[in-house]
Each structure stands twice: as structure tokens, then as C-alpha cells.
Design a binder for this molecule. Structure first.
Ligand code: DGL
Length: 270
């Protein structure tokens, strides 16, 4: 059962690390008056190569932490957690939960014309088949071609967004997907929206790129409106960032994801 929620409470966004700041960025652009609390498990990232049991355990811990901060909505920005632990998170939460996998799937189904959809993500996301299930649950005629791209996360964190190594890696990963004649490609990982210009260069303009960060920002607006949970328009919002570690180059990489200055950071010692 959903509890009575206060519209001035924050939106809680969480991720395995700092990649989810791409979702925060999209939510800020879509909803500039909302307070946001972000949680990034920077001490234990990456999740994308971990087992479903470990990912679910970590996801539960983060959910409990954010619920203690009295959030009015939870956004699972991490594709890996949304793919593996979405049901566990929802079961635990008395506030609404939105996940990037459902958002990306809905968007892909709306975009495809020829019903051939590619999905790229971390090994854990692809192995879970969550995108495939979500897309086929909406339209069973769609063929889903999935491809894990484990090297993309470190390449993006290195800042090699327009680098020859990333270009060759992307060509290699995408070759079998493009060979299946897809007209839509889901960027099923927090880090991939930063590769959009390079992917566009490789794929041309005929393939639609589904950016789950943008999709979930739109869904957040709809959900808040539907439930009368929008904050007061025009106020200057507060953004708080919780992390479990401050790794090297944290601020530099985080600001690249967020597209603005990163401040108000608290380290949570677990
Ligand atoms: N946030 C993860 C995702 O979207 C990528 C980083 C990781 O492997 O933890 O799947």
C-alpha cells in the first residue's frame, strides 16, 4: 500500500556509482523545481559483472537508506539493478518506484517500426533478459537482439567518448546487432548516453537510439502529476549526493555525467 506522501519531499535516485547522474541530469532538465537525493555506491561499483544475489542485496540496502530520507518516489537509475532487483525494490518500498528497464522497454516498443530492437547493456543486465521480457511483454512480435558491452563502462569513465579505441570497440560490439536489421537500439546502461554522438556516427541516422535517462525523466513527470506529487513550481531545489567512497577523479567524472558542478556530497560509511 502506498503511504500519504508530501509533494515537497525529494525524489530518490540511485545507482551503482556515478553513472546514474545521467538520469539526475535528465530529471533536473525535465523537472527543475524538484529536490533530488542521489545515492551512488561508488565503493562497490561496478555491479554489471556481479551475481544477481549480490546485486539484489546491495539494492535492498540502498533502498532502505533512501526510504529513511523520506523520499516521495524512487528511481532505479542503474539498469543492472533495475534488471535484476526491481521486484525486490518494489516489494520493499511504500513509495512509487520507477525503473529504467521498464521505461526503456516502453520507449523502444513505441519507436520501432520493423519490430527489430537491439539492446546493449552490462553482462548482468543482458544475462537477466529483463529488457527482452519487458519488450516482449508489451509486444510479443518484436525480435530483441541483445549484446553485452562490458568495455563501455570503463571507456566512458576514462572520458574516451570520442576515442579511436572506443570507436573500434563499439563497431565490434554493434556488428552482430546491426546485422539483424534493427531500427531501434536501447542504450541499456547509465553510461551509454554519453556515447550517443559516437554511436550515431557508427550507426547513421536510420536507427533510433533509446536513452532511458530521458524516458524515465518524462515518466517521472507524468507519475508526479498523476498523483498530485509535484513540488511547488519556481522554488530553487536542493540536490544532495550520497556516495560510499570518493574515488580518484570523482568530481571530474561526476560532473561530466551530471553536466554541472557537483557539490553537497556526503560519504556514507557502510
Ligand atoms: N550503472 C550500471 C548500469 O546502468 C553500470 C555500471 C555498473 O556496472 O555498475 O548498468
Amino acid at each position: 500500500m502506498l503511504m500519504k506522501l508530501n509533494p515537497t519531499n525529494s525524489i530518490g535516485v540511485f545507482d551503482s556509482g556515478i553513472g546514474g547522474l545521467t538520469v539526475v541530469r535528465a530529471v533536473i532538465e525535465q523537472l527543475p523545481s524538484e529536490n533530488i537525493i542521489y545515492f551512488g555506491d561508488t565503493a562497490r561499483v561496478p555491479y554489471g559483472v556481479k551475481s544477481p544475489e549480490t546485486i539484489s542485496r546491495y539494492a535492498t540496502q540502498i533502498t532502505e537508506f533512501l526510504l529513511q530520507q523520506k523520499v516521495k518516489l524512487l528511481i532505479v537509475a542503474c539498469n543492472t539493478m533495475a534488471a535484476v532487483a526491481y521486484e525486490a525494490i518494489k516489494d520493499l518500498s511504500p513509495v512509487p518506484v520507477l525503473g529504467v528497464v521498464d521505461a526503456g522497454a516502453r520507449s523502444a516498443v513505441a519507436e520501432t517500426h520493423n519490430k527489430y530492437v537491439g539492446v546493449i547493456g552490462t553482462p548482468a543486465t543482458i544475462n537477466s533478459n529483463a529488457y527482452q521480457k519487458a519488450i516482449k511483454g508489451l509486444d510479443s512480435d518484436i525480435r530483441v537482439i541483445s549484446q553485452p558491452c562490458p568495455l563501455f563502462v570503463p571507456l566512458v569513465e576514462e572520458g574516451w567518448l570520442d576515442h579511436q579505441v572506443t570507436r573500434i570497440t563499439a563497431q565490434e560490439y554493434l556488428k552482430p546487432v546491426v546485422a539483424q536489421n534493427i531500427d531501434t537500439l536501447v542504450l541499456g546502461c547509465t553510461h551509454y548516453p554519453l556515447l550517443k554522438p559516437l554511436l550515431r556516427e557508427i550507426l547513421g541516422n536510420q536507427i533510433t537510439l533509446v536513452d532511458s535517462a530521458q524516458t524515465i525523466a518524462k515518466e517521472t513527470e507524468e507519475l508526479l502529476r498523476r498523483n498530485g506529487l509535484q513540488s511547488i513550481q519556481g522554488i530553487s531545489p536542493e540536490y544532495r549526493f550520497y556516495v560510499t567512497d570518493v574515488p580518484l577523479r570523482f568530481k571530474e567524472i561526476g560532473e561530466r555525467f551530471l553536466g554541472r558542478t557537483l557539490s553537497n556530497i556526503t560519504v556514507v560509511k557502510w
